[in-house]
Design a binder for this molecule. Structure first.
Ligand SMILES: C[S@@+](CC[C@H](N)C(=O)[O-])C[C@H]1O[C@@H](n2cnc3c(N)ncnc32)[C@H](O)[C@@H]1O
Length: 256
């Protein structure tokens, strides 16, 4: 029976350079400090050693609450929503893109059970170090790579999650292409990202602050349309504050 690392390596795109595994995760970026082109302050903070230390307990819940509003889902709700939206079953392979400290990766690991594989992918060494320090189900493994150009082969994963990250990628469209390519026909995606209030004029946060922090504001409906254009169906959106959770499924006959 192959171990998690061997299973992960068997899912990589043919021709992927071997990578390093001394740090406890498979590292495809090596000395490169930043996954993909840098986009701004938010991405840089994720590579410090301070933010990962406080990320899961304080940083993410606090900023998440501000973005989602008082009536938005709690962190526990977010995890439950993601697991349910992906319809995870024992034995499946799930990819948690931009996993940070692995909160969702661990929950997915429980859902897919010991015969499944829950891959947490992130570009930040300090985030992945923190993820590795947490007790995790046996099905969890971590990968350091660029979320915008996933190193996974075509049709290799049953489900993709990407929470709180699409809006900070240099090229969200390329990332979505990558997600669709890695998913098996019939596979599911769930994402939490930014969403501009439809009835509000563009705010300073959308422009100057947005550019400085490297985070973009998607329009309402924009991410759903992007999924539909890539062949996803059953696309659904739910909005809270300036966030949206978007889900979709690739048809079983998407590839001949
Ligand atoms: C705000 S955190 C989200 C973590 C987790 N998904 C959550 O919902 O709490 C964003 C993560 O995206 C990662 N990230 C940003 N750009 C990336 C890229 N191009 N490739 C891989 N990871 C990236 C950062 O390192 C950071 O861990």
């Amino acid at each position: 029976m192959p171990n998690n690392r061997e299973r992960l390596e068997s899912l990589l795109r043919p021709g992927t350079a071997p990578g390093e595994s001394g740090a406890g995760f498979l590292d495809l970026l090596g000395e490169i400090p930043q996954a993909g082109p840098p986009t701004g302050l938010a991405q840089r903070l994720m590579r410090t050693s301070a933010v990962p230390m406080i990320y899961e307990r304080y940083w993410r819940p606090t900023l998440g609450r501000v973005a989602k509003g008082l009536n938005g889902p709690s962190m526990a709700d977010e995890v439950r929503i993601a697991v349910e939206a992906l319809g995870l079953r024992p034995g499946q392979v799930v990819l948690d893109v931009a996993c940070g400290t692995g909160r969702f990766t661990r929950a997915f690991g429980e859902a897919v059970g010991p015969d499944g594989l829950s891959i947490g992918l992130d570009g930040s060494v300090t985030m992945l170090d923190k993820a590795l320090a947490a007790p995790s189900p046996a099905s969890v493994t971590y990968l350091r790579a660029d979320a915008v150009d996933l190193p996974l082969g075509e049709s290799t994963v049953d489900a993709v999650c990407c929470f709180a990250a699409l809006h900070m990628f240099a090229d969200p469209d390329a990332a979505l292409d990558s997600f669709a390519r890695a998913l098996k026909p019939g596979g599911s995606v769930v994402m939490l990202t930014s969403a501009r209030h439809g009835d509000q004029p563009r705010k300073l946060a959308d422009t100057v602050l947005g550019r400085l922090s490297g985070q973009r504001m998607f329009d309402r409906g924009e991410v759903a349309t992007k999924l539909t254009r890539r062949g996803f169906d059953q696309v659904e959106e739910r909005y809270s504050g300036v966030t949206q959770i978007v889900t979709g499924e690739l048809p079983v006959n998407i590839r001949p």
